[in-house]
Design a protein around this ligand. Structure first.
Ligand SMILES: [Zn+2]
Length: 207
């Protein structure tokens, strides 16, 4: 028979102590690992020369971005010594670099219909800028501290939203019924018919 305490301490040895926040500190994957500063310097020097060395010098995610831990540090894949050598090489404009070239793919922008979208339980309004660029952008329906609702610019969301995220009138009505607010304009539903419908008549006509 083991006591609860024994189970816990043995588990911690195997899986790590979940309450040990030190675990979030940078863990050098290799002995004498390069510092975060060195890695970032290498990446910036290489980028200036048109090379993508991120995956060669640090842990990256599937999109190729360097993974940072909670303290904003990366997990180096090379030693301090190797990092110094790389830095020296990269700083010499005549040196030859054996690394993949930077892939400059423009972010794919899918044409969306203006309107209301739902993505990960967040609601967005997609519209075209009236003045200036005329570009399409997204705003997020946001609840403020006083309980009122409004729209805040949601940078980058226009690239994440897809036609299949478009809200149906039924979904807009469900939101209105739940929050007493019209999700299209953010106004509190006051008119009896609108409260019943979960949306104002003008906003409903936009679906
Ligand atoms: Zn409305």
């Amino acid at each position: 028979m083991k006591t609860y305490g024994q189970y816990v301490s043995e588990d911690f040895e195997v899986h790590g102590n979940p309450f040990d926040f030190e675990n979030d500190a940078p863990k050098p994957a290799i002995p004498n690992a390069a510092t975060h500063k060195q890695i970032m310097y290498i990446v910036s020097l290489a980028t200036k020369r048109g090379y993508d060395v991120r995956a060669m010098v640090a842990e990256t995610d599937e999109s190729g971005e360097i993974v940072l831990n909670a303290s904003g540090e990366c997990s180096p894949k090379i030693t301090k010594k190797a990092a110094s050598a790389s830095i020296e090489k990269l700083r010499d404009p005549r040196s030859e670099i054996d690394a993949p070239k930077i892939d400059v793919k423009p972010v794919e922008k899918i044409e969306l219909e203006d309107g209301m979208y739902r993505f990960n339980d967040r609601i967005f309004k997609v519209q075209h800028a009236v003045h200036g660029s005329g570009r399409q952008y997204a705003k997020e329906l946001t609840q403020y501290d006083d309980g009122s609702w409004g729209f805040e610019i949601a940078r980058g969301m226009i690239f994440k939203l897809r036609p299949e995220h478009k809200m149906t009138l039924e979904e807009a009505k469900e939101f209105g019924a739940l929050y007493g607010t019209c999700c299209v304009c953010g106004r509190t539903l006051t008119n009896e018919a609108s409260i019943e419908a979960g949306i104002g008549p003008i906003c409903a006509s936009k679906f």
